[in-house]
Design a protein around this ligand. Structure first.
Ligand code: AHM
Ligand code: MG
Length: 336
């Protein structure tokens, strides 16, 4: 049951019953993420002060090394999840290999793995524009009691148990799904509590925003070029509005609330696209579908793509169902 203004803690406890075989591990895992998110939020909010205290890579006045925020966020999430011993492995966009967490007494007893992009869109930090964290949770495939394996991370998105993002925006929000709809919580920074501000989030029926880096237009496939022209055509409900922040989490978040599509297609320079299947696309796809939207690689469902490597990239079209279907129509006509 969804009650507005409930705290995230209350919400997690109340909804634990949705998992009949749950041992509470997933709830504890989400609890750790909300804690790490608060710590990272605090640091992201201070980012502007870096100019005064010293830039990343330099030594600050206290003689401490300043860290880049994405490195900091990576460490904080890994630290929190490791200290609480609730996952058996973590893979991050910031680290080349996955991390094995052996757990108490080296027993490898935990059953979940987390995949994350600790600070997505971090180039926006220098200019005070929103950034985000994206996470995705899977049940391990390898037997409990043994160290995690690559196969535990290379699962298709349709196997996700939970996924979410934190948007460090004008306010900080945590939005996540466990496969029972999407709920958004806003942080009250004075109290450090998250409140259910956006229960049961759904893409609105009418959508009119397209979000893409149009500077890459000449490098896009023909199908995408044609779709962009379609968005710009003068018709009853068009042209659509163009909005692009260049921060996936923020662009997605706005589109889910206002109605729209985000896409990062292949380009002649990036023949696989730019975004990462495991850390960025699958979690956003899971949230999109749970909010009544759709996510595609241009031809088929992103969450059905079988991953072959950790840092795999994929073209990504995500948002209102009709808009994603329309772009797929254009791609099918010009598949090259
Ligand atoms: P990052 O993981 O290096 O931050 O890159 C991902 C970001 C997305 O948040 C954003 O949508 C996209 O890259 C923007 O790319 P571009 O600057 O090419 O438009
Ligand atoms: Mg990223």
């Amino acid at each position: 049951m969804v009650k507005k203004n409930q705290t995230l803690g209350e919400f997690i406890i109340e909804n634990q019953a949705e998992f009949p075989f749950s041992s509470g591990e997933l709830s504890r895992l989400i609890n750790s993420i909300r804690l790490a998110a608060k710590v990272v939020n605090h640091e992201v909010n201070k980012a502007g002060l870096v100019d005064i205290t010293g830039a990343a890579g330099e030594t600050n006045v206290q003689g401490e090394d300043q860290q880049k925020l994405d490195v900091y966020a990576n460490e904080k999430f890994i630290q929190t999840l490791t200290n609480r011993e609730i996952v058996c492995g973590i893979a991050s966009e910031e680290s080349e290999d996955f991390i094995t967490i052996s757990g108490q007494n080296n027993d490898h007893k935990n059953k979940y793995v987390v995949l994350m992009d600790p600070l997505d869109g971090s180039s926006n930090i220098d200019v005070n524009v929103s950034v985000g964290t994206i996470f995705s949770i899977y049940r391990r495939i390898s037997p409990i009691g043994t160290p995690v394996q690559m196969e535990d991370f290379l699962q298709p998105g349709n196997k996700q148990v939970a996924a979410g993002y934190i948007v460090y925006g004008t306010s900080t929000m945590l939005v996540y799904t466990t496969g029972h709809g999407v709920n958004g919580f806003t942080l009250n920074p004075a109290l450090g509590s998250w409140y259910l501000s956006h229960p049961d989030m759904k893409f609105p029926e009418k959508a009119s925003i397209y979000s893409v880096n149009e500077g890459n237009y000449v490098h896009f496939p023909k199908g995408v070029k044609n779709y962009i022209k379609y968005c710009q055509e003068e018709k009853e409900d068009r042209p659509y509005t163009s909005r692009y922040i260049g921060s996936l989490v923020s662009d997605f978040h706005r589109n889910m609330i206002k109605g729209g599509i985000y896409f990062y297609p292949t380009t002649s320079h990036a023949p696989q696209g730019k975004l990462r299947l495991l850390y960025e696309c699958n979690p956003m796809a899971f949230i999109a579908e749970q909010a009544g939207g759709k996510a595609s690689n241009g031809f088929s469902r992103v969450m059905d793509v079988e991953p072959t490597e950790l840092h795999q990239r994929v073209p990504f079209f995500c948002g209102n169902k009709e808009m994603v279907e329309k772009v797929e129509e254009f791609m099918a006509k010009n598949p090259e």
